[in-house]
Design a protein around this ligand. Structure first.
Ligand code: HEC
Length: 107
């Protein structure tokens, strides 16, 4: 009996990790870092020791925000707050996924 349950557990875990891989791998954080640089986000945001001060420091934004929140926020920051000074991000498609993967990796 106990052995059977163990097998089911292993199969369950295998399924969960299999399903988790494509989700986590949606964006490429290395490419996303380049998107971040190209989009000049650092004019206003500081990551580590580099970047401007007009926006909040986002060195650890991944610890606070998840991919779903970022996906909504970045394309329309004013939806969160009409007075938001963050400009809507023009990056789209795979570049946006990569950018989000990069931001989520900042922890
Ligand atoms: C003109 C300056 C400016 C630029 C350029 C800019 N931002 Fe922002 N950003 C802001 C400001 C200001 C806020 C804070 C808005 C508020 O809360 O009112 C903000 C907020 C954010 C937040 C939310 C942080 C949090 O946890 O609350 C994220 C994430 C973010 N910006 C990412 C980006 C990315 C990625 C780019 C480049 C594609 C970018 N920003 C470009 C000014 C800027």
């Amino acid at each position: 009996m106990a052995k059977g349950r163990f097998l089911w557990m292993v199969m369950g875990l295998a399924l969960v990790s299999y399903a988790g891989v494509p989700l986590a791998a949606q964006g490429d954080k290395v490419k996303g870092e380049k998107v971040y640089k190209d989009a000049k986000c650092s004019v206003c945001h500081k990551v580590g020791t580099t970047g401007g001060k007009m926006g909040p420091e986002i060195t650890k934004v991944g610890a606070k925000r998840d991919a779903a929140w970022l996906a909504t926020y970045l394309v329309n920051p004013k939806a969160e707050n009409p007075k938001n000074k963050m400009p809507a991000v023009k990056v789209k498609g795979a570049d946006l996924d990569n950018l989000i993967a990069y931001l989520v990796s900042l922890k």
